[in-house]
Design a protein around this ligand. Sequence first.
Ligand SMILES: NC(=O)c1ccc[n+]([C@@H]2O[C@H](COP(=O)([O-])OP(=O)(O)OC[C@H]3O[C@@H](n4cnc5c(N)ncnc54)[C@H](OP(=O)(O)O)[C@@H]3O)[C@@H](O)[C@H]2O)c1
Length: 304
Amino acid sequence: MKQITLGKSTLTASDIALGCMRMSSLTNKEAVKVLETAITGGINFFDHADIYGGGTSETVFAEAFKDLGVSRENIMLQSKCGITPTGFNFSKPHIISSVDGILKRLDTDYLDVLVLHRPDALMDPTEIAAAFDELEKQGKVRSFGVSNQNPLQIELLKSVVKQPLLVNQLQFGLKHTGMLDEGFNVNNLSPQAQPTAGLIEYSRLENMTIQAWSPLQYGYFEGVFIGHEDFPELNAALEVVAKKYETTAAAIAIAWILRHPAKMQVLLGSMNPTRISEMIEASDIQLTHEEWYLLYKAAGNVLP
Ligand SMILES: NC(=O)c1ccc[n+]([C@@H]2O[C@H](COP(=O)([O-])OP(=O)(O)OC[C@H]3O[C@@H](n4cnc5c(N)ncnc54)[C@H](OP(=O)(O)O)[C@@H]3O)[C@@H](O)[C@H]2O)c1
């Protein structure tokens, strides 16, 4: 499994991580098997959020992790806060109390990374900075990041927050390529040119790791494009490339994300041990230039 450095830090993490959003429905036995498969396959980074399963994903994870007997220091735990039943909240009291809840549910003393989940229009960067300082000083959080933020929102935070923001978690995959489409269609009138404010280029310039969420979904959680009848051309192309590398279509879809020079980290969402092991193979696959473009176009994109 390839390792990447997260943003401007010394944290080295597997380029494929496990997203635990869908863990809440698993039995303890199933969760142990999922974690065992992931860790044996080389995954050392796990993404959570306080809202996943209403907090249950974190507790199911913690119990399974304890049963595995792996040392806490051998893995990295990331969780997110800021989404509430009424909207988004990045106030200091909310961030602090969210982290206390996360640590309790994950049964750990510290988070390796705390991520702000979705931008809060009412955010006051000085409050966020004060919350980060306190959490860092108390040893509860070692580093910080954001999710679903555009470059100017990040710059606003960076104008006050002193800790480096290591990651930006963004939806990205073969059926969610707005960040690329924009770059291909500069100054075009193409409907593909949805503005994403140069997120990929900004992340590369600022050395922030993009964590690609929902890598196999089309639309906004509408479903998985792998094997889906609405995407015959994409699936046929994935199968052809998969045959060459003796792997699965899903692994090729993950390898396609990892092929981008921005050195993204992919958050796998599968809770199926067989699929997890198959997709882990993507870390060792280096698609050619031609294969990468073939897949981008097979996903329905037209180059200018
Ligand atoms: N920051 C944010 O706003 C945000 C938002 C959403 C998600 N996330 C993060 O991203 C992670 C991944 O998101 P996701 O779960 O939507 O990712 P995903 O990997 O795109 O989707 C996972 C879902 O697809 C199914 N699946 C996977 N491979 C399949 C295949 N070959 N054929 C059919 N179904 C397949 C899985 O079912 P099985 O379990 O049966 O394999 C699971 O239900 C989350 O866990 C979370 O950490 C972040």
